[in-house]
Design a protein around this ligand. Structure first.
Ligand SMILES: Nc1ncnc2c1ncn2[C@@H]1O[C@H](COP(=O)(O)OP(=O)(O)OP(=O)(O)O)[C@@H](O)[C@H]1O
Length: 229
């Protein structure tokens, strides 16, 4: 793997179901993400965007092929090792925030850092910085249900980058927001990614958002193909 490649997918196969009802989603998909690069994944519904992100983020096992994260080939690793790599190297943002409802925004952003072994004061300081950066610091002590959709998603983004991952994977991170809020939240996400030099792959249906990334890819017949938007 080239030195500046942070994530590579090689010959990824993924199918669902069995026998005659088998549905092949990814068919030898290849993809490479370089350090500091931002890539939009734009493809019609049902073509496998979430599947590709889940495989890349070590949330799902592919049926064939190799996922390499930060130079580590993950295919032969056990669940524990994959989880350790995922926690250290991958930040994931979903369409719905998936914040823990019984904890405050600040505690939600502290959580992955505490799991990674930081002390409470260290985790709290970084969480505050990230929430301020995402312009939601004034809501730090509130629980998710007390936040607006845009605020919830900004907290979820702060949480995803709390452990300074190598790669940020986002699955339609603004898909559940109205256009104005989506634009605001995406700008905050983009600024954070650029400022921290993060590598990111973002699935989106929004072509305005896609154009702001370094490059765009799509899925055609189970393979990743470069796209000009
Ligand atoms: N666990 C599963 N079991 C069976 N089929 C699945 C499973 N997960 C996804 N699929 C199917 O695989 C296909 C690809 O799903 P995926 O969610 O990756 O698409 P997508 O491009 O992200 O779609 P959307 O834009 O609508 O979110 C779909 O037809 C979906 O129904």
């Amino acid at each position: 793997m080239a030195k500046d490649v942070v994530l590579s997918l090689a010959g990824i196969d993924r199918h669902y179901g069995q026998g005659e009802t088998v549905l092949s989603i990814l068919k030898g998909a290849d993809f490479t993400l370089r350090t500091g690069e931002t890539v939009a994944l734009v493809a019609p519904s049902g073509t496998g965007k979430s599947t590709l992100l889940h495989v890349a983020g070590l949330l799902e096992h592919p049926d064939g092929g190799e996922v390499t994260v930060g130079g580590v080939a993950c295919q032969e690793l056990g669940d524990e090792q994959r989880t350790a790599i995922r926690r250290k190297s991958i930040g994931f943002v979903y369409q719905f925030h998936h914040l823990l409802p019984e904890f405050s925004a600040l505690e939600n952003v502290m959580m992955p850092q505490l799991i990674a072994g930081l002390t409470k004061p260290e985790a709290a300081e970084r969480a505050k910085q990230l929430l301020d950066y995402m312009r939601v610091g004034h809501r730090a002590d509130h629980r998710p249900a007390e936040l607006s959709g845009g605020e919830q998603q900004r907290v979820a983004i702060a949480r995803a980058v709390a452990n300074a991952p190598l790669v940020l994977l986002a699955d339609e991170p603004t898909g559940n927001l109205d256009p104005e809020t989506a634009s605001y939240v995406f700008s905050a996400l983009e600024a954070l990614v650029r400022q921290s030099g993060l590598s990111a792959m973002i699935a989106t249906h929004n072509h305005d958002i896609a154009r702001r990334m370094d490059r765009c890819v799509t899925l055609v017949d189970g393979k990743v193909v470069e796209l000009v938007v």
